[in-house]
Design a protein around this ligand. Structure first.
Ligand SMILES: *Cc1c(COP(=O)(O)O)cnc(C)c1O
Length: 377
């Protein structure tokens, strides 16, 4: 007895944690800072942490009213109906739900490259195909409708990541509208706004609801998460915002209680903690400005809580950084073997990342592997 043919499936490569890296190098975890997974350097909202502690004694019940209350709070925030909020186990869970709701066997999705690996993985889990459109480095990974349409071939879903991971670019709402307009009515354009809070842009919910001068559409959906700006990555809480016409499909595709009682209670507390989100966004802006200004390498402008940096050899530089206590994301797995993605940290962490990266780059330029003058090989 064997599982089905999984040869098309690959494991998700997550950024490695401090404990893992410290153990491997035989060092103390306190010697490291991790700027590899776009986590919140201020931790969770303190109000969410309180809610988690207070909920501990009631986790024997299934999450029913907490789920309904959180859906209501999110719907209020975006000015949509409750049924339009598809709460899920992380943004990744919401990606699964959208595929479950749309893909027939053999249908395809169109995803950006470089880009977020889970879109294609999830499509394949749901017996769909994954095809790619390119964001061109020569155009600084600019995101336009025309750039996507060049590769469009009748896919059921087009994934747009705005702000984009790992490049930090966004797609203007007018371009997203054009993309939805110029693809068939049966094609859903999903705008993944996992980093939406960090960008100076309106949410694509404006296209669903027909606001800000746009006509209301039933072929655009939005994805959001509590993992990034809200600092709740470990709890797994995210959601899709879908057109009214789609609302009823949720009850037919969701995994019962996938958003846990703890997650829903924490989300309810976090969504009202504007101060924590504002502080987080301000920290990210300062950090990415500092990295743009002061890293001795090309840094692409970013609207997320990370920057993409051209360091020449991502594997060598990320390993040298790790030796010196700074864990960043090697973008080889994104098809960018010369780039690192560095998460925006606190002021102190950002300073450390800038100084250490510049030291490593200077040593490499001088042909020396470490500050002690040991050669590269
Ligand atoms: C982080 C991220 C998500 C969702 O992450 P979850 O932790 O599952 O909520 C979705 N899309 C992109 C592009 C991301 O970077």
């Amino acid at each position: 007895m064997q599982p089905r043919d999984l040869s098309d499936h690959v494991a998700y490569e997550a950024g490695r944690g401090i404990e893992e890296v410290a153990r491997e190098l035989g060092r103390d975890p306190t010697e490291f800072v991790k700027l590899a997974s776009n986590e919140n350097p201020h931790g969770p909202s303190p109000a969410a942490a309180v809610a988690i502690r207070e909920t501990a004694s009631s986790v024997s019940s299934y999450p029913k009213s907490a789920h309904a209350d959180l859906v209501r709070a999110i719907a209020d925030r975006f000015g949509v109906d409750d049924q339009q909020i598809w709460l899920a186990n992380g943004g990744d869970g919401a990606i699964d739900y959208l595929h479950r709701a749309t893909l027939e066997p053999g249908d395809a999705v169109l995803t950006p490259t470089p880009g977020f690996a889970y879109y294609g993985m999830s499509a394949r889990f749901h017996h769909g195909d994954d095809r790619a459109y390119s964001l061109e480095r020569a155009d600084d990974f600019e995101q336009t409708a025309a750039g996507v349409l060049e590769s469009f071939d009748g896919e059921r879903i087009v994934w747009v990541t705005s702000p984009h991971n790992p490049t930090g670019t966004t797609m203007a709402l007018a371009e997203i509208e054009r993309l939805a307009e110029e693809t068939p009515a049966e094609t859903l354009v999903v705008v993944d706004e996992a980093y939406g809070e960090f960008a100076d842009r309106d949410s694509a919910v404006a296209l669903i609801e027909g606001r800000a001068g746009y006509d209301a559409r039933d072929d655009v959906a939005v994805l959001r998460t509590f993992s990034k700006a809200y600092g709740l990555a470990g709890l797994r809480l995210g959601y899709a915002i879908v057109p009214e016409e789609w609302a009823e499909a949720y009850t037919r595709v969701n995994t019962p209680f996938a958003a846990s009682e703890l997650a829903c209670r924490a989300g309810l507390a976090a969504i009202d903690d504007d101060e924590h989100v504002e502080r987080t966004v301000e920290t990210a802006r300062n950090s990415r400005d500092a990295m743009c200004d002061r890293l001795d390498a090309h840094v692409w402008p970013s609207e997320g809580n990370f920057v993409l940096v051209d360091v020449g050899n991502a594997t060598a530089v990320s390993e040298a950084l790790r030796e010196r206590g700074v864990i960043v994301r090697n973008c080889s797995s994104f098809g960018l073997p010369d780039c690192l993605r560095i998460t925006c940290g606190t002021e102190e962490e950002t300073e450390l990342a800038i100084e250490t990266t510049n030291d490593v780059l200077a040593d490499r330029a001088a042909g020396t592997g470490t500050r002690l003058g040991v050669t590269d090989e």
